[in-house]
Design a protein around this ligand. Structure first.
Ligand SMILES: Cc1ncc(COP(=O)(O)OP(=O)(O)O)c(N)n1
Ligand SMILES: Cc1nc(C(=O)O)sc1CCOP(=O)(O)O
Ligand SMILES: [Mg+2]
Length: 203
């Protein structure tokens, strides 16, 4: 597994119980290995507010040597000078993304073996695979695939995989045992103690 996928924290202000900058700092102190800015969904910021928050979170990651990814938003990747971008099946085609960002890390979402079959996964640096467990952080999440579904996709590609969807301290061990990285929104962002929660995910 690529080192930065070990404990990959994803969030936007809409996910946070506390101040997003504080939540990110605490998560970094707890030991996250990458961060994705995903300002999306109900109560998410937009326009200048989104860009300004992105700049502040980007600064924090830079100061602590944490790889900074942007979710979906290609323009924001330029604006924030991100280290990488994550796109899904319904986002900008990965062929275009790779063309405009030949040197950035690119993550691609895959939920099923069929999606894998029709995807240009060879252009990605890693796959985000899920939802492995039930999630309440994504309204349009696909069907839960479980550890079996995760392993089925892992077994078919020579790419590092990070699992996503409903991962918390109660089930993280199964994901670690499958050899996948762990990506998390609510277990960290909605925690009263983000730093401690990240430590509990470090099996
Ligand atoms: C690491 C990681 N894996 C999967 C996703 C989901 O991406 P996508 O399917 O494009 O859905 P949105 O996050 O854009 O709602 C992700 N963001 N990160
Ligand atoms: C952003 C996202 N993508 C998913 C996918 O299956 O592709 S599940 C998901 C939400 C993950 O949040 P939580 O850790 O709170 O369950
Ligand atoms: Mg997307």
């Amino acid at each position: 597994m690529t080192d930065y996928l070990h404990t990959y924290f994803i969030m936007g202000s809409q996910n946070c119980r506390g101040n997003p900058e504080e939540v990110l700092k605490q998560a970094i102190h707890g030991g996250i290995t990458a961060f994705q800015f995903r300002e999306k969904g109900t109560n998410a910021k937009s326009g200048e507010e989104k860009v300004e928050l992105g700049h502040r979170l980007r600064r924090i990651c830079k100061d602590h040597g944490i790889p900074f990814f942007v979710n979906d938003d290609i323009e924001l990747v330029y604006q924030l000078e991100a280290d990488g971008v994550h796109v899904g099946q319904d986002d900008r085609d990965i062929r275009e993304v790779r063309e405009v960002f030949p040197d950035l890390q690119i993550g691609l979402s895959v939920s099923t073996e069929e999606e894998l079959r029709v995807s240009r996964w060879d252009l990605a640096d890693y796959l985000g695979v899920g939802p492995v467990f039930k999630t309440s952080s994504k309204d349009d999440a696909k069907e839960v695939i479980g550890i079996q579904g995760l392993q089925a996709i892992q077994g078919q590609v020579p790419l590092p995989v990070v699992a996503i969807g409903g991962i918390d301290e109660s089930n993280v061990q199964a994901v670690r045992e499958a050899g996948a990285g762990v990506s998390v929104i609510s277990a960290i962002a909605d925690s009263e103690q983000p730093e401690e929660e990240v430590r509990r995910l470090q099996l």
